[in-house]
Design a protein around this ligand. Sequence first.
Ligand code: ADP
Ligand code: MG
Length: 702
Amino acid sequence: MSQRTTTNFFDTKIEFLKGVGPSRAATLNKELKIFTFGELVQYYPFRHEDRSTFHRINELNETMPAAQLKGRIRSMVVIGEGHKRRLTVEFTDGTGVVEFVYFQSIDWHLKHLKEGNEYIAYGKPQRFGQRFNFSHPDLETLNPENENGGYFQPIYNLTETLRKKYLDSRFLSKAMRSLLEQAMPHFRETLPQELVQKFRLLSKADAMWYIHLPDNQQALNQALRRLKFEELFYNQLRLLKNKLLQKNEYPGQIFSNLELLKTFYQNHLPFALTNAQKKVLREIHEDFKTGKQMNRLLQGDVGSGKTIVAFIAMLMAIDSGAQACIMAPTEILADQHYRGLKPFCEALGINISLLTGSTTKKGRKIVLPGLSDGSIQIAVGTHALLEDTVQFKNLGLCIIDEQHRFGVAQRAKMWAKNEVIHPHILVMTATPIPRTLAMTLYGDLDLSVIDELPAGRKPIKTEHFYETKRLVLNGKLKEEIRKGRQIYVVYPLIEESEKLDYKNLSDGFESITRAFPEYHVSMVHGKLFPYEKDFEMQRFVKGETQIMVATTVIEVGVNVPNASVMVIESAERFGLSQLHQLRGRVGRGADQSYCYLMTDVKLSKDTRIRIDTLCETNNGFDIADVDLKLRGPGDLTGTQQSGIMDLLLADLAKDGAVLKAAREAADAILQEDPDLILPKNDPIRSHIDALRKEETNWSRIS
Ligand code: ADP
Ligand code: MG
């Protein structure tokens, strides 16, 4: 609990609420961590039942999700023995008869329900022969308060204990009503009047009332919109304010020399850059000239050519006497960056080194001093670069490749590698993050997007095959190999079933060697020593093997342009974005590429959507949107980053429009009043004060 200094209405302990008292308060403290009026009123219902109208029994149909009836109990009988014992209740409203069935709390119901009395019933109608049947409907004695219907019953998340003690949604909504009746004058508006009017939002007080006790769907929608707007507004305000703070507070080195870049451009660049690549490089160059520290996110689909952009950015840093580093999530990828960049560096007279977990002691004795005395200008590596023993003379630019594998903490650690003047940070990701998510997750970074693939790439053709069609698949593979192409076959690897997965992998390897006796096959997986992995990778890169059987170690970044076919085994076991990443390993050369998704015949609905989406589109952003809808934002971002977005009400998959409006509003306010000192922004200041008492995250904003 937060230590509040001022006493106010919302700090009152819930035991003082009418109908609660010490014993129930203790249960609510324990079960829901609700201690004060303020916490109770923020315990929002997760849905409402529409009790506003009554249905007549002769109007019921099976498609109704729920119905509310007003009528009389005609008879009650207990049937059956033991676990089959049940209470059936005949209920009529004069237009027909329905049956209620209770399997639980039978004795309680027998005691409290009476034949001939009138009730309101609510539940899901199901047809059984001629009659409709309700299993465990909710029954309430008819009384002057409820006889006309007209309200929406809020439904709250409950625990077993709460239910047992009858502290259920009905109880909570009564408690809420008496709390809200007292609380109305105490709610303070948290948004400036300007915003409330511009976006036609309910007042804070009204929204708080209607989110619990709306009169109709419309009132509920408006309450939700208002509160989501508020939540997202403060979320964005915080991120934007942090960004502003960073910009003004932290200087960055100025890199304006472009000699190296010109030499590289004129003599060594193997292809023309795409317009998107050029645009991003201009954005980076602009940042480098400002004297402020850059924090930029570069998004680009797999194969869009982020590496060369990273390299050119590094050239700009080196040209002004600084060092640069690029950090990758796996050794294979770090190694590949190193090999790819080394020839360019040699041609330009730049000293580049590799540092990973498997760099030997001897190797380290050369690399570490080279970094600290500045003779090594570019370091390529893995997490190893983060170690404290790695000291740079003057790190000016740090590039983090495939950010989704790294957390925010690593970003911060890199920052600290230059205490004098923090390095510019460029984070690159091929996981296309939907804009809505990027705004909350990376709202404190500037965003660059490569939205164009290099010319001449043919879209990958994706097909789905059931296990039963393996021979057809093998035929297609042979055809491609005969044309001189290479093939990846990828198996899922999920830790809990590791043993089984390796068996699948080695069985797969065997059946492939049997099916393709005339060709050479490589195999790579996480259990190999790095040098073994490397050896196998290199055989494939050099074209000595035609088929690469692998686990997902090849997921990220590996680049073999001659490989034009990706077979994904047990595709149902991969997530959508992972499938897209895997597919991105092919389609990098000028040839037509193919991706084959192999699955079992039985597929769940979600799996089918994943497979169909992949067959239909190559667009990473469309895929990310579907993924967000299927999985929700939590999964997409990984736990490391979830702290940034503890949103109570807003759903990033659905509330994109509100988010956009909230962000624009926050941005406009900060543009006009960066320190939030104008009187009209008073509500913001005092709300931030209140929030700051609850969480420390706001502490940087003053
Ligand atoms: P990613 O964005 O997935 O990291 P890479 O940087 O690995 O992509 O680039 C994929 C491939 O495309 C590499 O072989 C690279 O050399 C090539 N490439 C990058 N930019 C261009 C370009 N403008 N024209 C042609 N090929 C390019
Ligand atoms: Mg890459």
